[in-house]
Design a protein around this ligand. Sequence first.
Ligand code: ARG
Length: 460
Amino acid sequence: KKAQAWSARFSEPVSDLVKRYTASVDFDKRLARFDIEGSLAHAEMLQSVGVLSADDLAAIRDGMQTILAEIDAGSFEWLLDLEDVHLNIEKRLVELVGDAGKRLHTGRSRNDQVATDVRLWLRAEIDIILGLLRELRHALATLAKTHATTIMPGFTHLQVAQPVTFGHHLLAYAEMFARDAERLADCRRRVNRLPLGAAALAGTSFPIDRERVARTLGFDGVAQNSLDAVSDRDFAIEFCAAGALVMVHVSRLSEELVLWMSPRVGFIDLADRFCTGSSIMPQKKNPDVPELARGKTGRVNGHLMALLTLMKGQPLAYNKDNQEDKEGLFDTADTVRDTLRIFADMVGGIHVKAEAMREAALQGFATATDLADYLVKKGVPFRDAHEVVAHAVRECVERGCDLADLTAEELRGFHAQIGDDVHSVLTLEGSVAARAHVGGTAPARVREQAERVLAETAGA
Ligand code: ARG
């Protein structure tokens, strides 16, 4: 008995290895419900233009309902012989409802069918990921609000640079994730175009109504060129690029969490449920989750590169190469989704060690710029002020003390304009409070920004 849908053309069956090599059902079966949704919209349209009878449509609907139930119950039998999700479902439909099932594929090809399925699936994934990005931003802003006045050293080159508030630092990530959400929302607009109707590549001779199918499936419009519709996967590549950036941002945050949790730094502790121990060293509590997230960023970046490479050599229109888009795309969505879900939870459980942050900010001359700015406000040109403070810092390094440990008198030795009020600008609180413009680290601004993000993500 011939299993393949196209086997009459062939004089011998494909070898087992070729069968396994060319089949995609093991991974594309996750598209099943979207495949059925697309088929139902197609059948309904075919009936509306008189290509299918009302009886055929009713039979197809019945059959698909049974198939969905079988899939949900786990009793649907997926056959490698039937290559992919599309042929498996169609074959079962024919078993269930006979000729009506055989008529479903009128005016359609697996080429426009699969492009439609993937778009429907991806649209749903993007919506879930957008929700999770909101949740994560909400968690970051909640913690930021609590720590609007908690001071930590800000770094450049991983060297102490200037004091910042921990809230400000957290909100930097909220901004990155806001842009990620913008990118995904923008990508969604191009995902949401209907390829169905392109058929194999050239369109179909049946009087189809593509706009109707687009409306039924919630697409914003139809793809305008049939060759393009079945062959390009740029929408999937865009999603992988946006997903890779999400992961890059998560990875940067992860790197900081790992660093902050190192006893050498000791700025934070992560809740036990996100950490693991060691099988040999009894004292260990390792930040596995952020480490793994940092590692998984590699595979997501890899999927992006794989998809770009998959596309670059393909002539128009559809080629089987495109079957290779799925595993990387699915894994990107799964990885981004799981990662964001965990992080939204983990951020809320960060235990902040404010004293250690403050202690670190007091070392490394974090307020040296403030002293230079102080001199500028007294009329000293900035470049000269910079030089004066550099001399003072050098002296402190030699003596092994901080700028604030020098008396006003001693500091005046570096420049006559230094007054008795100088210590007020050398404090951490004075330094952060002075940066009160939009985007600055002053507690008042951080509170405002946290409130803004909380309002934007309300309900998350
Ligand atoms: N499984 C295929 C894919 O994922 C479906 C389309 C196959 N079309 C074809 N003519 N072989 O792309």
